[in-house]
Write a protein that binds this ligand. Structure first.
Ligand code: ATP
Ligand code: MG
Length: 285
């Protein structure tokens, strides 16, 4: 049975004091299997947050049905087993990171000793150990995001719903969050996330759906969507012009169309991460 299943979800918003309505979600079907990382993508205003809020039972669909963890969306049992990171993290500014997780753990009813162990584990896994005793009011946007994510994981949810989890994170944080989500999924948790940062999504998601004006316009397995069966890329060591001509002549003789030959490009993200890693290694503070 899928962890999340939606059929024909529709949500209309009525603008206050006006006759006009906005159709934020227009007949959406979704299915997310257990242990999968599923990405809901789409431009601003395409209905991602509205969809998520309906699945959590925080917003009532105008029409259609959704089940989450085998219960109707918003059912107590489904809510208890779901962790949620909202689009805007609103936490208590006067608590420290550690206190925030302990407080959340108490609300979830996690017993004392286990609560502290779980909080410490998550503080470490989100890279927040050094800042754990600082108040949230002193945190940067990315740090608050990481604590929000740790909080969503406190109760070991079966389903983790994240609205723009990487917003405000630097590339190091991005990589850490992506790795954490893959680990969480490997432990059997299902992850449903939204994002604008497509390179992140490609690395972390098994499956995606692209929304446009409230409709699903493309969906599928990331690896299928991104591989182009009409082309093939070889990668070799660098060779001199003479040998290159020989290889190209052979391809021509065989009637194989050569689209291009070039040194592979690294990504700016890899360059950035390598540079930081070297600087750490060099003993700089
Ligand atoms: N409470 C509301 N009242 C009226 N209209 C709303 C409300 N919430 C959302 N909408 C409208 O519904 C549409 C979808 O909004 P939604 O927040 O779901 O988009 P989104 O895909 O999450 O966008 P973003 O990428 O900016 O977060 C937008 O046109 C938005 O203006
Ligand atoms: Mg949104």
């Amino acid at each position: 049975m899928p962890v999340v299943e939606a059929k024909g979800l529709i949500r209309e918003f009525r603008a206050p004091f006006r006759r006009t309505t906005v159709l934020a979600v227009r007949g959406l079907d979704l299915e997310v299997g257990r242990g999968r990382v599923f990405g809901l993508l789409g431009p601003n205003g395409s209905g991602k947050t509205t969809t998520i809020l309906m699945l959590l039972g925080l917003l009532k669909p105008t029409a259609g049905q959704a089940t989450v963890l085998g219960c109707p969306a918003g059912h107590r049992s489904a809510r208890r087993r779901t962790g949620f990171l909202p689009e805007e993290t609103r936490l208590y500014e006067f608590l420290t990171g550690m206190e925030t997780l302990l407080f959340g753990g108490r609300l979830y009813g996690i017993p004392g000793r286990e609560r502290r162990a779980r909080a410490e584990e998550l503080i470490r896994r989100t890279g927040m150990w050094d800042a754990r005793d600082r108040r949230l009011s002193t945190y940067s946007k990315g740090m608050a995001r990481r604590i929000g994510l740790a909080l969503a994981l406190m109760a070991r949810p079966e389903l983790l719903v994240l609205d723009e989890p990487t917003s405000g994170l630097d590339p190091v944080g991005n990589r850490e969050v992506r790795d954490l989500l893959r680990e969480v999924a490997a432990e059997g948790t299902t992850v449903l996330l939204t994002s604008h940062i497509l390179s992140d999504v490609a690395e972390v998601c098994d499956e995606i759906a692209i929304l446009h004006r409230g409709r699903k316009v493309l969906a599928g397995e990331v690896k299928d969507l991104l591989s182009d069966a009409r082309r093939l890329a070889w990668e070799t060591e660098a060779v001199d012009a003479e040998r290159r001509r020989k290889v190209e002549a052979w391809l021509r003789d065989e009637g194989i169309l050569l689209h291009g030959v070039a040194p592979p490009r690294t990504t700016l993200e890899d360059l950035f991460l390598d540079t930081l890693a070297k600087d750490e290694g060099g003993g700089a503070s």
